[in-house]
Design a protein around this ligand. Structure first.
Ligand SMILES: [Zn+2]
Ligand SMILES: [Zn+2]
Length: 356
């Protein structure tokens, strides 16, 4: 939350560029009290803390208008220039100063130089990022993508010999038994027992804890500026405690796996037939069959080329696994970079090594 307190109005200051008088008042001194020169609104600046001059009962009509003929700043209500008498119809407001435009002699000098520089025909080109840096960043980005694409697309044909087939079938056995669990006590399931409670942090609350304030100064454009406090509420985090429960509960849970496995395709793969304790009504120690999994692998070895002897394996479904012939020669694509073979597109070769 941001709150703005009441504003206070102070005089902006300006320095006379003709006679060197300093810290002249922006609102009170429209002309230099020493030499009579007209105030240049571009030379207004925010005073240091000790130079601040308050404006009592300030009535604000708006920012000053700049005479389009002689550049003199005139009050917002003026219709004719107090210096040259020209019409102020459509005159622009003075440029507001920001606190960052610290107006010292140096910065005024620099502003003049900048202006002269901008008005000169010769404009220096912006320094450009060297081309080779862009090239390098580009290469790193596209190189990474390119490398992955190349790895997928750059393949070579390899000849494979089947070394062996392997299969495994697994059935999980679940048992109804006591299981240790924990939860926030308000969401503990029915049937929990042996409960132990402990206080733990469940969440955090944001508690308002004072304010961060800073002073904001704003140029009003009529030779004055306003000062106000801008405050933001600070928050601190405070833990919210709740009870966390550790408990036992009787439920179906994984107990063990029953596995069958074998090599070759001569014997048909079969499911394990585990001995389990089945019950008519559920009680501790009762068992039931759970998740089933089956896996069929064919192992290959590369039989020619530079990488002869390299091993690969492919996982298939049962029908495809059976259709791969033992000791037969196959051919497929291999990723040159990532060194994996495409298992789905293996093709059998006849004894002469040509595609069937
Ligand atoms: Zn002067
Ligand atoms: Zn004028």
């Amino acid at each position: 939350m941001v709150a703005m307190a009441e504003e206070k109005i102070y005089e902006m200051l300006w320095d006379c560029e003709f006679c060197g008088s300093k810290k002249l008042l922006g609102k009170t001194h429209r002309h230099c009290p020493n030499c009579g020169a007209t105030q240049d609104p571009n030379r207004r600046y925010f005073p240091k803390e000790e130079d601040k001059v308050a404006v009592q009962d300030h009535i604000y009509y708006g920012a000053d208008k700049v005479c389009p003929f002689c550049q003199t700043a005139n009050g917002a209500k003026a219709t004719f220039c107090g210096n040259c008498g020209g019409s102020l119809d459509g005159a622009q407001n003075v440029k507001l100063r920001s606190e960052h435009d610290g107006v010292t002699e140096d910065s005024v000098q620099k502003a003049k130089e900048d202006l002269a520089f901008q008005n000169s025909d010769w404009v220096k080109p912006h320094p450009k990022t060297p081309k080779w840096v862009l090239w390098m960043l580009g290469s790193i980005l596209f190189g990474g993508i390119g490398f992955v694409c190349l790895g997928i697309l750059w393949t070579e044909k390899v000849e494979l010999q089947v070394t062996h087939h392997e299969w495994s079938r697994t059935i999980a056995i679940d048992q109804f038994k006591p299981v240790s669990e924990s939860a926030w006590c308000d969401s503990m399931p029915m049937g929990a027992y042996s409960v132990s409670r402990s206080r733990q942090i469940r969440s955090y609350d944001s508690i308002p804890d004072g304010e961060d304030c800073r002073t904001v100064r704003t140029d009003k454009g009529d030779g004055t500026f306003s000062e106000s406090e801008s405050c933001t509420t600070k928050y601190r985090k405070e833990p919210v405690y709740d009870y966390h429960c550790s408990y036992q509960i009787d439920k179906w849970a994984f107990d063990r796996n029953a596995v069958t496995k074998g090599f070759g395709t001569t014997q048909e793969p079969y499911w394990p037939t585990p001995q389990i304790k089945e019950c008519a009504s559920t009680s501790i120690g009762c068992e039931r069959l759970g998740k089933k999994e089956e896996k069929y692998l064919v192992y290959f070895v590369e039989s020619s080329g530079e990488t002869k002897g390299e091993k690969h394996d492919c996982e298939y479904d049962l029908a495809k696994w059976k259709s791969v012939l033992p000791k037969a020669q196959y051919q497929t694509e291999k990723s040159v970079i990532f060194n994996y073979i495409t298992c789905d597109s293996i093709q059998m070769l006849d004894e002469n090594g040509t595609e069937e």
